[in-house]
Design a protein around this ligand. Structure first.
Ligand SMILES: [Ca+2]
Ligand SMILES: [Ca+2]
Length: 203
């Protein structure tokens, strides 16, 4: 943690710190899987620290702190560059499919972890099969499809899985956009998905 904080606070040394942070930060007292500070899922804590899984996301949670430190959401992106773009092909078989990737995405958005996400939800032969394989590719900030600041299963997740099933237009967005969210119709949702998530969905 100390090294990470040193990197985070020393803006002039970002390049060197980026290399240092590529490895998993660890010591006798803690370990921080890179996915935890890069939009991961599981919180980690000990007597001396707590790291929220949403720490790397700009939208989620408040600052983490104690008497000795404070970390603000989104800091990770400031250290290593832009946060990862939306990635829908979680199992890495080359296709973003509703009944595999979409199912895992919506399960994770419901807060599930581990095999509760991956059970019967990866394509046979796909390169990523386990939660350990899949979890680093789930970036909640990028999965905020309607742009309201939260990645929610019943709005963003629902639109994702509908679009993955091949639906378009209001068949995707009906009753699935958070009131007041900036991306509130298929034109905007499709634009985000095709621009940020690598899809090629039809108008
Ligand atoms: Ca896939
Ligand atoms: Ca949202």
């Amino acid at each position: 943690m100390k090294n990470m904080l040193r990197c985070w606070s020393a803006a002039a040394a970002l390049a060197a710190c980026t290399a240092a942070l590529a490895a998993v930060p660890t010591s006798a007292n803690y370990a921080l899987p890179s996915s935890t500070i890069n939009s991961g899922v599981g919180n980690m804590a000990s007597a001396n620290y707590k790291a929220s899984s949403s720490l790397g996301d700009p939208f989620f949670a408040g600052p983490l702190g104690s008497a000795n430190y404070q970390i603000n959401p989104g800091f990770w992106g400031a250290v290593i560059g832009p946060l990862p773009l939306c990635l829908l092909d979680l199992d890495g078989d080359g296709s973003a499919d509703a009944l595999t990737d979409g199912l895992m995405l919506i399960r994770a958005m419901f807060g599930l972890t581990g095999s509760a996400v991956t059970n019967n939800a990866t394509a046979p032969g796909a390169p990523r099969q386990t939660w350990a394989d899949i979890q680093p590719y789930i970036h909640f900030a990028a999965l905020d499809i309607d742009g309201d600041g939260n990645a929610d299963a019943l709005t963003d997740g629902l639109m994702l899985i509908r679009a993955m099933f091949g639906l378009t237009g209001t068949a995707v967005t009906n009753n699935a956009v958070t009131p007041g969210a900036p991306r509130d119709d298929w034109t905007k949702v499709r634009g985000y998905l095709n621009t940020s998530c690598g899809t090629n969905y039809a108008p």
